[in-house]
Write a protein that binds this ligand. Structure first.
Ligand code: ATP
Length: 353
């Protein structure tokens, strides 16, 4: 019998060769991307890497210089914002200060011509969903930053868009509230099943919340993958450095065997620091491990661990993350140590960067 194959799913968003230039700035320089239905997708990258411009093109606030944007298989590249089944939550919330919360949230339904009773009912439900059911009569000024952010969410979700675009929506919140909202947002997205596209420059935020992440650099996507794939297997030096902390070492350093590329990454938590042993001893302790000797240049206590900087005799300085009790950090300076890593913890970079 012929194998039964599911028809290929139409992506929620498909970008092809997307380019946007402002004068002589290539803000977006050829982006190809498929975002799946119901996915929580983050666009992560440093300031100026083109994330917001891609989001604004998906929303229809900017038109591409070239390339195409498809929503659910339909080309919307030149369509007006209101002709696209997407909605946006901005960092500054953009609430109407003179309106009550319920009127703020019902606004989008009003402009779509929905009757008063129904739109108030829907708006109340949306506010309930973001835990603001008690505050329907308040004005935005009577709320905390986190509560205003929830109103902005309710207002964007009440019109039931296929895709919700979020541009650094948690950027104005303090760390605790931000972390709490990250969990709430992710749960809300799961329960609604709406595709979320989330712009952030905060790698921890992207790693925590996303089904997949696109890492932006200079108007392009350097790598797309799950948090796990991006962290465990960075494909370029840029991604290795931008997402987490990386030690990037040259093949053959200190007489270690060369591998399939010109350089490789070892994450700080994969470097084993040995305070006592000589390189020779450590090599015997850990079969197959690579071992290099060096000298501690600094040790920084970061609460859950200590970051130890080791200047290798072979040249570069590496960072090792040491959990558990470490001797007095001040006394460590100048201490001779060895660092070791298992061969499978070296991630070879395909590029020669
Ligand atoms: P951030 O995290 O700071 O928002 P970003 O990754 O979202 O950065 P974009 O806002 O997309 O980056 O900007 C990409 C590049 O395009 C930057 O160099 C920016 O200065 C430029 N740019 C963006 N919008 C305009 C505009 N309207 N006119 C001119 N240049 C622009």
């Amino acid at each position: 019998a012929a194998p039964i194959t599911a028809p290929a799913e139409v992506p929620a968003i498909r970008l092809r060769k997307l380019v946007k230039t402002f004068g002589d700035v290539n803000a977006v320089d050829g982006v190809d991307l498929d975002i799946r239905q119901g996915e929580f997708f983050s666009m992560l990258g440093p300031s100026g890497s083109g994330k917001t411009t891609v989001l604004r093109m998906i929303a229809g606030f900017e038109l591409p210089s070239s390339g195409t944007i498809e929503l659910d298989g339909a080309d919307v590249s030149t369509k007006a914002p209101f002709e696209r089944d997407v909605n946006t939550v901005f960092q500054d919330y953009a609430l109407f200060p003179h309106m009550s919360l319920i009127d703020n949230v019902a606004y989008g339904l009003r402009v779509r011509g929905m009757g008063k009773n129904e739109r108030r009912e829907r708006a109340a439900q949306a506010l309930e969903r973001v835990q603001l059911g008690k505050f329907v009569a308040r004005r935005p000024a009577q709320l905390s930053g986190g509560q205003r952010q929830r109103v902005a969410l309710a207002r964007a979700l009440v019109v039931e868009p296929k895709v919700l675009l979020l541009d650094e929506p948690l950027g104005a919140l303090d760390l605790k509230l931000r972390q709490q909202m990250q969990i709430e947002l992710k749960e809300l997205q799961r329960s609604l099943g709406i595709t979320f596209i989330f712009v952030t420059h905060d790698q921890e935020e992207a790693l925590t919340m996303s089904d997949r992440i696109g890492v932006f650099s200079n108007g392009r996507i350097a790598q797309t993958g799950s948090a796990h794939e991006i962290y465990r297997s960075p494909q370029t030096a840029f991604v290795a450095n931008f997402v987490g902390t990386s030690n990037i070492l040259t093949a053959g350093i200190g007489g270690t065997a060369s591998g399939p590329g010109a350089s490789f990454v070892v994450r700080p938590e994969r470097l084993h620091l040995n305070w006592e042993a000589t390189a020779h001893d450590a090599g015997h302790l850990t079969p197959g491990a690579r071992v290099l000797a060096g000298r501690v240049t600094s040790a920084v206590y970061v609460g859950h661990a200590t970051q130890v900087h080791v200047e290798l005799d072979a040249g570069p300085t590496v960072i090792a993350l040491v959990h558990g009790d470490v001797p007095d950090t001040d006394a460590l300076k100048g201490h001779r140590v060895t660092v070791a890593w298992a061969e499978h913890d070296a991630v070879w970079l395909p590029d020669a960067a």
